[in-house]
Design a protein around this ligand. Sequence first.
Ligand SMILES: [Zn+2]
Length: 240
Amino acid sequence: MSLVPRQLTEANVLDVWESGLAGPPAARSLLLASMAAPSGCSVADLPLSALNSLLLELRRGAFGDALPCAADCPECGECLDVTVAAGELLPSGGGGAVAATATVTSYGRTVTYRALTGRDVRAVDPAAPGARQTLLRRCVLRVDPPAHDLPDEVLEDVARRLADLDPGADAVLTLDCPQCGHGWDAALDLAEHLWTDVSGYAHRLLHEVHALARAYGWTEADVLSISPTRRQFYLEASTG
Ligand SMILES: [Zn+2]
């Protein structure tokens, strides 16, 4: 079994893109993270911070360290374009391979809970009624005294503590609006950000295949077997 992580390359990006199109965003996140993980590693059971580390690793390897992001100021509506370095978004203190556990006493019950994993997020449809509670209940390992159904207040107590249990579970941008001076934190969905890059990469490649297949009668496999530099030459020659 190889321990060398795979990378996103011309040879596999079309397959990854096609597989990702078929699933919901949470499945795409796992698909992409698995590309950067050593083979045999079950990425679904990693805490979210470790998933984020893998996504950033893949992003850096395939598209570089700079992540362009856009956000609207919640105060004045100004659109901010910022570029962050992947290194700045890497979780510090998180990223462990096992979901950490902790205990909280809330409304007379002692609740043992663990950090969220990709499998939890994948299992819950975010549009379903009570999705947040369903997700939080998945983190609860033990309740003392036992309770059939935990009240929402207890689940919210757990929710407030999840960020401490897994720093880096959410990638956060600290933003300042140059127009009105408002400062705020914006969550960055790393998987969706990376998916946009993957999608763009796949589309560029497909357009190249299309143009060269039409110009020279080559098959998709023919075009993809040509190096990007030579392909660029043929593309220019065919339109010149
Ligand atoms: Zn503003």
